[in-house]
Design a protein around this ligand. Structure first.
Ligand code: SF4
Ligand code: SF4
Length: 421
């Protein structure tokens, strides 16, 4: 079931994009999508330039990391990551000179073969910019019988407007990235999905793609969680899949990822990110362009600081993001938001057994039963209740009249199951 959720997008939708000054120290997580297995190319004391390749993931996937600044590597330090785990980060002292090197040679996508495009995605470090940072080339490497490349520009989570502003500012790159992805997938057509309420943007996109018959612009309802891959694929194609959208002939990528791919084709790795910093806990909510590796605390300081002593700092949006105990986590290529909310005491009461959480769950789960199984530490029942299908959309907490953090209970159940395996 999809739901109308208060958007709060007016806080940043129309504001000017603010380019923040890179701080003295940047921290690059030596991490990609559940992996900390990396070959390191720099060590303490080395001088690096903007775009220097710092490391590459070297297990079953290849993902390079690039420096966003020039300066000196000060070492490796454990820092709390936005995923709520302490991880090793390169510490780089920014010398403020921004001397550059070439990260990789640009590529003409029209002349490149499918394999060259996929290899390029891999070596350029293109990852899913709107979510968990999954390496994009993997989707294309295994893509077979693709009918449609679906570019997700829906961005349904409250407060977040970074993708929307990225699309507005980079329409030409979005189209190039989409065309190049279509070629990499050997698909029949591409579709760019945007919310039907973004009327001006829809007009601009239709105008810009008027002479490109392989790209269709698709308006979809403004509901939460329409941006979730499964919901969007069902909305557009009326098809359901078991594990991956490839089962129904679709490859899905976030719009900002398509833009990042187009920019990489010009030689630009993802060393800078548009991030929505919003909520009633920050003095000047804004969409900011920041280097990868900038601490949330440094970002908020440049936006006038906090509005209250009691705040919750969320890495991501309020529904799917993770509330962090401090503001020391850094931006990554896949950070799309930092939400800062004033803490309000919650008058929680006992579960009313109203069933709203069950009725609302877009993954078809029974969140209240999962919470009860988690409290009872009944691992067999947790497993039977398919807890790993939870996308952590936050809706079960949002609708709960008892103000219970039902989502957090489901997260705990997931962790219990993960520990058992
Ligand atoms: S957070 Fe998980 S359990 Fe709760 S509504 Fe969303 S998908 Fe369902
Ligand atoms: S929505 Fe809240 S009160 Fe209702 S059944 Fe779920 S946990 Fe209980």
């Amino acid at each position: 079931m999809k739901k109308h959720v208060e958007g709060h997008k007016e806080l940043t939708n129309y504001n000017e994009i603010v380019r923040l000054t890179a701080p003295k120290m940047v921290y690059i997580p030596i991490f990609n999508f559940n992996s900390t297995s990396f070959e390191l190319f720099v060590k303490e004391g080395d001088r690096v330039l903007v775009n220097t390749k710092l490391a590459v993931r070297n297990d079953n996937m290849t993902v390079p990391l690039f420096s966003p600044v020039s300066g000196t590597v000060k070492g490796i330090q454990k820092v709390m990551h936005g995923l709520l785990k302490p991880l090793d980060h390169f510490v780089i002292e920014n010398d403020g000179l921004y001397e550059k090197t070439e990260a990789f040679a640009p590529l003409n996508w029209q002349e490149a073969s499918r394999q060259e495009l996929i290899d390029f995605m891999m070596n350029a470090g293109i990852v899913g910019c709107g979510g968990a940072g999954f390496p994009t080339y993997i989707k294309y490497k295994f893509a077979k019988n693709v009918d449609t490349v679906l570019i997700n520009g829906v961005e349904c989570e409250p407060y977040i407007t970074a993708d929307y502003r990225m699309i507005e500012e980079n329409i030409a790159d979005l189209i190039t990235g989409t065309q190049a992805m279509l070629k990499a997938a050997e698909g029949k057509k591409a579709m760019i999905a945007v919310k039907e309420t973004k009327k001006e943007l829809l007009v601009k996109l239709k105008e810009a793609t008027a002479g490109i018959p392989s790209i269709e612009i698709k308006a979809v309802p403004d509901m939460y969680p329409m941006g979730w891959e499964r919901t969007l694929v069902y909305q557009v194609f009326k098809k359901r899949y078991n594990k991956l959208p490839g089962e129904v002939g679709v490859v899905v990528n976030n719009a900002t990822t398509a833009i990042a791919f187009a920019q990489a084709l010009k030689g630009q790795p993802i060393i800078e990110k548009m991030v929505t910093v919003s909520g009633d806990g920050v003095a000047k909510p804004a969409n900011v362009l920041v280097p990868v590796g900038m601490k949330a605390a440094d970002i908020v300081a440049q936006l006038g600081g906090y509005t209250s002593e009691e705040i919750s700092c969320i890495a991501g949006g309020p529904m799917m993001g993770k509330t962090i105990t401090n503001d020391q986590f850094v931006t990554t290529p896949y950070t799309n938001a930092i939400t800062i909310l004033k803490t309000r005491p919650l008058d929680t009461i006992e579960c009313l057994r109203c069933g709203r959480c069950n009725d609302t769950c877009p993954a078809g789960l029974l969140p209240v039963r999962i919470n009860n199984a988690e409290k009872a530490k009944n691992i067999d029942l947790i497993e039977k209740l398919n807890v790993n299908d939870c996308i952590e959309c936050g809706l079960c907490t949002y609708v709960c009249p008892s103000k219970l953090d039902v989502t957090e209970g489901v997260r705990r159940a997931k962790r219990i199951l993960a520990l058992k395996k």
